[in-house]
Design a protein around this ligand. Structure first.
Ligand code: NDP
Length: 318
């Protein structure tokens, strides 16, 4: 039965910039890569509008277009792109062993190397008004979308390092940034907190949460509530940034691959090697700090090169 399973040289799980860049390099190295796209083909960038910070696009590019182009570039060199979700894995601990991956709970394949590029998912508050206005002024990435609110009033939610960093980033571009922190203190490092409190156009509100995001088609304002006094206040804003953390998509690897407390995959030094031979990780699934399309693409390239070198060593043992 298992002899009949498809045997893949380089299996890439995930289809964001990391996955497709790994595919481009793996295909050009004749590793005949297969990409399983996951539930959101193209990854997080397909939920972004304009991408202005990826080098090589002087006029910017919209996220979905960029992902289609990356897919086409990977296919040009023979990548087999398939719609499907990896739902279970059994990794071999032996160098040169085959890894078994289950797709959509019903199909299994064998892979000599696996490149995990499953990304991370931004957390949202879950308020109906927030969900309705996603793409209409509600964003989870200030570095991606902040520029569209140049000179305008915006708000940001969160009290961690990301929120602090993004609030100061936005304060450089926008007229005013209202920062909502649900506790009476921030979780961010002291240095980051200092940056926030010393930036004059950040209006920092502790003990404050969102009651409702206002606006029909686009964000027009925010009704905030002080969770200690119950007092509500409305402000006018055009952009709302949610910075309450990300969840790496690593549930199926729990107990198999080394990860940090938040579930991000750990890699060996500057490489993309995980603790399993022949299994590599690239993109946001192993990076909670930079999380940019261009850095994800860079580590996708590294993962394909690491996979190629690994295959070379097992095919030609020393
Ligand atoms: P964190 O988990 O550190 O912080 C999340 C923040 O969002 C907390 O303030 C939390 O509040 C708040 N929050 C969570 N859920 C809600 C909610 N439903 N409503 C309102 N607020 C909410 O995530 P980050 O993305 O900030 O950071 C992730 C990791 O990356 C951290 O280890 C961080 O240090 C690191 N990082 C480092 C950077 C750097 O060094 N330059 C830059 C960015 C990130 P509460 O405190 O009340 O739980």
């Amino acid at each position: 039965m298992s002899d009949a399973l498809e045997h893949i040289k380089a299996l890439i799980i995930g289809s964001g910039p990391a996955g497709y860049t790994a595919a481009i390099y793996a295909a050009r190295a004749d590793l005949k890569p297969v990409v399983y796209t996951g539930l959101e083909p193209g990854g997080q960038l397909t939920t972004t509008t304009e991408v202005d910070n990826f080098p090589g696009y002087p006029d910017g590019v919209d996220g979905p277009t960029m992902m289609v182009q990356l897919q086409q570039q990977a296919e040009r060199f023979g990548t087999d792109v398939r719609i499907g979700m990896a739902t279970a894995v059994e990794f071999s601990r032996e160098v040169g062993g085959l890894h078994r991956v289950t797709i959509d709970d019903n199909k299994q394949v064998f892979a000599e190397t696996v490149i995990i590029s499953t990304g991370a998912t931004a957390k949202y508050l879950g308020l109906p008004s927030e969900q309705r206005l996603r793409g209409g002024g509600v964003s989870a990435c200030a570095v991606c979308d902040g520029f569209f609110y140049k000179g305008q009033d915006v708000a940001i939610v969160g009290g961690g390092d990301t929120a602090a960093e993004e609030a100061t980033y936005l304060a450089n571009i926008c007229n005013k940034v209202t920062m909502l922190v649900r506790k009476d203190h921030m979780r961010a490092s002291k240095a980051m907190q200092h940056r926030v409190t010393s930036t004059p156009n950040i209006d920092l509100r502790y003990d404050t949460e969102i009651d409702e995001v206002l606006g029909d088609m686009v964000v027009e304002g925010l009704r905030m509530v002080n969770n200690q006094t119950g007092e509500k206040e409305e402000i006018s804003i055009t952009g709302l940034f949610i910075a309450i953390g990300h969840k790496p998509n690593t549930d199926i690897f729990k107990g198999l691959l080394d990860m940090d407390d938040a579930g991000y995959l750990l890699t060996d030094g500057k490489s993309t090697k995980t603790n399993m031979p022949g299994v590599f990780a690239s993109g946001d699934v192993q990076d909670k700090e930079y999380r940019q399309a261009v850095t994800a693409a860079g580590t996708g390239c590294m993962a394909a090169l690491d996979a190629e070198r690994y295959l070379a060593t097992i095919e030609t043992p020393a």
